[in-house]
Design a protein around this ligand. Structure first.
Ligand code: IFM
Length: 452
């Protein structure tokens, strides 16, 4: 039996475009995801987030489901274009802010603390038309948006995350063209996007901090997670190097390119790889802004890579065995990623860690008897939470865990074909049905224990 600390934060996670719907209601203007969804072939089954889980119209029902889990926290994001229809801070949409008031108040009334992500990929289309994150003013636009949000919600919201998974909106959205805005920029341009997004992060941290004392500000990156094949010092060092030194084939999923400037105020050195030569020359004060201190390191971890030390000590990827378990996303099930990921991140960055997302897609549906049985998800969560508990027992400063996701929702380019929820959503009519995993997670939250 493994126990979690009394004050451990238990939560669930979601994001605006994935659940809200009401895409053209009450003054909201399109985000890049509305535009991309309209492109033939961009989203599975030609779907869009126009209705999604219809959470915009189901504030109380969803808050009841969240509170029914017994969790102390709910992480959700704000739709920038619902709050600022022109993207910039001139015209503020009262109806949009009223909606987030209802969400926040609904959670607080039920004893659940709101944790707000400012940017979870749904960039205002009107700003994208001006160049998006490539525009020199884009960091300021983001900070102004942060100001509007904190002005309205900051009397009740104390926990903030600036950017969700910059690795994804830059990698999939600006390099591979698989996510909105669907661009395939050169590496040099994509690294400028990265720099400007990080500047936006730093400016937003300052805005949030300036608003009032006591705000806890972090971010929620993703990145490569490695775990050692054995607990030998050599394999652990190989995993450490795989996570932090190697760029690998895909720089967009790096940890250090994003996190070193945020935490240390410097980009990795030239020994990191030739990608570094494409980074923009930081302007005066840029790195100080980017590295404005944050209070916690949120991290989204779903899977990891097993690594060992080769003959020469260099990290070598260990292939998975035949038939290794995979989720419906085809992501390998690798529970030690949730021990080693937070451990190595906490060791490098010296910040308290929150697991801001973890969970899995499984193929579940409503049975003839009305129940939704998702044993794969229960097993996945069980295995991963045991690793979190083990890490805490070994002294890793992990303060909380947010399961992704409370509801089945719009899984980006996969549309509605991948279900991550503790609660099943019938996308034809919005009906919510708690799954077996919902009851299982509730048990874990109430006992503060896993295993045995
Ligand atoms: O649904 C996404 C979420 O928006 C960001 N992190 C990963 C999840 C599962 O793919």
């Amino acid at each position: 039996m493994l126990e979690f600390p009394e004050d451990f934060v238990w939560g669930v996670s979601s994001s605006a475009y994935q659940i809200e719907g009401a895409a053209a209601e009450d003054g909201r203007t399109p985000s890049v995801w509305d535009t991309a969804s309209a492109r033939p072939g961009f989203i599975a089954d030609g779907q869009t987030g126009a209705v999604a889980c219809d959470s915009y119209h189901r504030v109380d029902e969803d808050a009841d489901l969240i509170a029914g889990l017994g969790v102390s926290a709910s992480r959700f994001s704000i739709s920038w274009s619902r709050v600022l229809p022109d993207g910039t801070a001139g015209r503020v949409n009262k109806a949009g802010l009223d909606y987030y008031d209802r969400v926040v108040d609904g959670l607080l009334a039920r004893g659940v603390t709101p944790w707000v992500t400012l940017f979870h990929w749904d960039y205002p289309q009107v700003l994208q038309d001006l160049g998006g994150w490539l525009h020199a003013d884009s960091p300021r636009w983001f900070a102004d948006y942060a100001e509007v949000v904190v002005d309205r919600l900051g009397d009740r919201v104390r926990h903030w995350m600036t950017l969700n998974e910059p690795q994804c909106f830059i990698g999939f959205g600006h390099v591979k063209g698989e996510h909105a805005p669907g661009l395939r920029l050169s590496r040099r341009e994509a690294l400028l996007v990265l720099h400007r997004a990080l500047l936006g992060h730093g400016l937003a941290v300052r805005v949030l901090r300036a608003h009032a004392d006591g705000h806890r500000v972090g971010w929620a990156p993703v990145g490569v997670t490695a775990y050692p094949a054995t607990e030998s010092a050599e394999d652990i060092e190989a995993a450490r190097r795989f996570m932090f030194e190697q760029c690998g084939d895909d720089w967009t999923f790096s940890n250090t390119l994003y996190a070193d400037p945020v935490v240390f105020g410097r980009y990795p050195g030239l020994d990191y790889g030739d990608v570094i030569s494409d980074l923009p020359e930081p302007g005066p004060g840029d790195l100080e802004t980017i590295s404005t201190p944050i209070d916690f390191y949120g991290v989204n971890i779903y899977t990891g890579t097993c690594v060992r030390a080769g003959e020469d000590g260099e990290p070598v990827e260990v292939p998975l065995g035949p038939g290794h378990p995979r989720t419906a996303m085809d992501w390998p099930v690798t529970p030690p990623a949730l021990y080693w990921g937070p451990r190595l991140l906490a060791e490098r960055y010296g910040l308290p860690v929150y697991i801001t997302e973890n969970g899995c897609a499984t193929t579940d549906w409503v049975g003839l008897d009305g129940a939704v049985r998702d044993p794969g998800r229960v097993d996945y969560l069980d295995r991963h939470l045991r690793e979190v508990a083990r890490a805490i027992r070994d002294g890793v400063d992990i303060r909380g865990y947010f399961q992704w996701s409370i509801l089945d929702n719009f899984e980006w380019a996969f549309g509605y074909t991948r279900r991550f929820g503790l609660v099943h959503v019938d996308f034809e009519n919005g009906t919510r049905t708690p799954k077996d995993s919902y009851r299982w997670y509730r048990g874990v939250v109430s006992s503060g224990r896993v295993g045995g």
